[in-house]
Design a protein around this ligand. Structure first.
Ligand code: SF4
Length: 299
């Protein structure tokens, strides 16, 4: 274990949310810079001890049944695992009841649900991080979905291609190739250009070579990406990696992470400015998920 990893894991209070960072990524942190955007996202801060914020900001805990969450028409989200390759300190699911909600234990229920709702044509694999599952577990899910003619889009929400790019290996590539009847979409999660490097570019190239549509969602985070310059650089670097900026999320007010919140007025201003320095296709939609609404709210 590197000295740095040891320092963070043993000497840092984790406020009930374990510190987890892949070693290769940790080596890119600028440990001498307290404002390093990676340190700020993944290393706990004493601000996490403050009691404000909500345990379940998106009101998901009561609507999830056996790993199935349906918020919007025509698509359903499934929680595949509670595990992630990295723990983001601002995660809105940091208090999520993953136990009992792994879809692998409820595949029959999922197929029944999708059969009863033939209008659903897209399945979103979420978590945790769905790419933490072993390939044979993913295959089990894909084989179950394959029995339905109504599904034609399968989407992953994952941080793995950028934080643990070696996961995108030959075996994964072969697995995806087996299911060429679907449109595949991967929504990565990158908040700052420093998260993109030559190693993860190779992983993204592999995914692109499979014809997968690559999109990115970011969260607007205080002192991490809340300037025009930072967001502009992020969009340009994502584009260089072959990924289109999709959403910039307003922070979800989760307990223990309120110090990341950026006022909405500032977010709106940033987007307005971004529109003047980027082509429209590189300006993400600034959105907020409001529980109970039929779609994300554009801010
Ligand atoms: S990878 Fe996603 S689910 Fe996991 S901690 Fe980060 S934001 Fe949360």
């Amino acid at each position: 274990m590197s000295e740095l990893k040891e320092k963070w894991q043993q000497k840092t209070e984790d406020y009930g949310f374990k510190v987890k960072i892949p070693s290769d990524l940790l080596s890119t942190f600028d440990e001498h810079n307290p404002n390093d955007p990676l340190t700020k996202q993944f290393i706990p801060s004493i601000d996490e001890s403050k009691g404000d914020g909500l345990i379940d900001p998106l009101q998901e805990h009561d609507i999830i049944h056996g790993g199935i969450i349906q918020k919007y028409k025509h698509r359903v989200l499934i929680t595949t695992t509670g595990a992630c390759a990295i723990h983001c300190r601002y995660c809105f699911r940091r208090h999520f009841p993953y136990e009992g909600n792994s879809i692998l234990k409820h595949l029959d229920q999922l197929i029944q649900y999708l059969s009863d709702h033939p209008d659903i044509n897209e399945v979103i694999l979420s978590g945790g991080d769905p790419l933490m599952l072993k390939n044979h577990h993913l295959k089990k899910i894909f084989d179950a979905l394959q029995s339905l003619k109504t599904i034609n889009i399968v989407r992953f929400h994952t941080r793995i291609p950028t934080v643990l790019p070696k996961r995108i290996d030959y075996a994964f590539k072969q697995l995806i190739k087996e299911y060429n009847q679907w449109h595949w979409v991967i929504v990565t999660h990158v908040n700052h250009a420093n998260e993109l490097n030559d190693q993860n570019k190779l992983a993204i190239d592999t995914l692109k070579s499979l014809g997968i549509t690559m999109l990115n969602q970011s969260v607007l985070l205080k002192d991490i990406n809340d300037t025009v310059d930072t967001l502009q650089t992020l969009s340009l670097k994502l584009f260089n990696h072959g990924i289109l900026p999709y959403y910039l999320h307003q922070f979800d007010p989760v307990k223990g992470a309120m110090h990341f919140e950026v006022p909405m007025s500032k977010g709106r201003h940033l987007i307005k400015e971004l529109q003047t320095v980027l082509p429209g296709y590189l300006v993400p939609k600034y959105v907020q998920e409001q529980p109970g609404q039929p779609n994300k709210t554009i801010l």
